[in-house]
Design a binder for this molecule. Structure first.
Ligand code: GSH
Length: 210
């Protein structure tokens, strides 16, 4: 049975959770308690030495230890519906936007949160190695998150999806980032109507309730 190593409160595994739901892939879920540091314990380290979630154990027994691998595998194994683009150009655009959303959105939020939250002292980066917080990065992170929302709002003018005319992984990553931005007290403002309409439309899909 396919198994997702998940953490219900964390954004990265939520991306994999939504992808699995949009593909309609049956799976089991194992919760990893990031708050108590379970990801750093011997049992989970033996599953994923990078000590991060998500990880996906395939029904053949392979363990995929990041969203990029999980998305590549699921798209190849379950091609319908296509979530990484259909035409060569669309695939390129989805890859480009997904990376931008990861770098400008998710990583900016992580930078803001992990460099300021007292609970993450010395845990400024995920993974097995401890790194101290740098408060200036938290400040820069918040500015980057605001800029990310502005970029996304502009992109979504006159569009229902970030790329093409159907849902892609770029929309999934972006919705997860927009929702998670609340942890650093940033949310779309009233002027960002394109972004707000897009997010409200995605909320109609059951996968986005996860
Ligand atoms: N490249 C990974 C990043 C995963 C990641 O950073 N996950 C976070 C949760 S959102 C984590 O496992 N953090 C563990 C920690 O903070 O120690 C992916 O997207 O799959």
């Amino acid at each position: 049975m396919t198994t997702l190593y998940d953490c219900s409160s964390a954004p990265s595994p939520r991306r994999a959770r939504i992808l699995l739901a949009e593909k309609g892939v049956a799976h089991e879920t194992v919760q990893v308690d990031l708050r108590s540091g379970e990801q750093l314990g011997d049992a989970y380290r033996a599953i994923n030495p990078q000590c991060t979630v998500p990880a996906l154990r395939t029904d053949e027994g392979a363990v995929l230890t990041d969203n990029a691998a999980i998305a590549a595998y699921l798209e190849a194994r379950y091609p319908q519906p296509p979530l990484l683009g259909s035409t060569p150009l669309e695939k390129a655009e989805v890859a480009s936007w997904n990376w931008r959303v990861e770098f400008e959105g998710l990583m900016a939020i992580a930078e803001a949160l992990r460099n300021s939250a007292p609970a993450m002292a010395n845990r400024a980066l995920p993974g097995p190695v401890d790194y101290p917080q740098i408060p200036a990065l938290a400040e820069r992170g918040v500015a980057r998150v605001r800029q990310f929302l502005a970029v996304l709002d502009t992109r979504l003018a006159g569009r229902s999806f970030i790329v093409g005319d159907r849902l892609s992984i770029a929309d999934i990553t972006a919705a997860v980032a927009v929702d998670f931005a609340r942890v650093v007290r940033v949310k779309p403002d009233d002027s960002q109507q394109h972004l707000q309409h897009w997010r409200a439309a995605l909320a109609q899909r059951p996968a986005f309730q996860l």
